[in-house]
Design a protein around this ligand. Sequence first.
Ligand SMILES: [Zn+2]
Length: 150
Amino acid sequence: MYKDKELEEIILLVINIFYEETKIKPIEIEIEFVNDLYQRKLELSTNPKEINEIKAGKSFIQGLNGTMILPSKTGDIPYILISTTTINNDLYIGTIIHELTHIYDFYDFIKYINYAYFKDIEKHKDFPLFYQWTEYHARRTGITFIEKYT
Ligand SMILES: [Zn+2]
């Protein structure tokens, strides 16, 4: 088990490398380690439809390494939640990269389709394709990072 301070330093390093490699201009993102992804995701979600989906997917969410919560609109702060179960086996590193990639993909997508609220984006005709793509992109980015740096 890491001491909190060590964990914080590793996370900062991981995030710095992510921004260096991707050349993405950073936005403010909250990263939290939590024991119960389901409970925290439910607390943070602002989208009624998503809240229902979270409730329906409780055990699935509890089994994840991490998840992200988009804010209502791009000016607000997105969250990355990482399960504390990932700390001992270093899975949190790839998970942070995975979730960071998703957040910036969603921010690019909402800008591209020119919508104001994240809750509306799944109504766009290109959303299903985007959704498939960002999962592929997040996995590829996470795995590449792990292979290169750990
Ligand atoms: Zn994903």
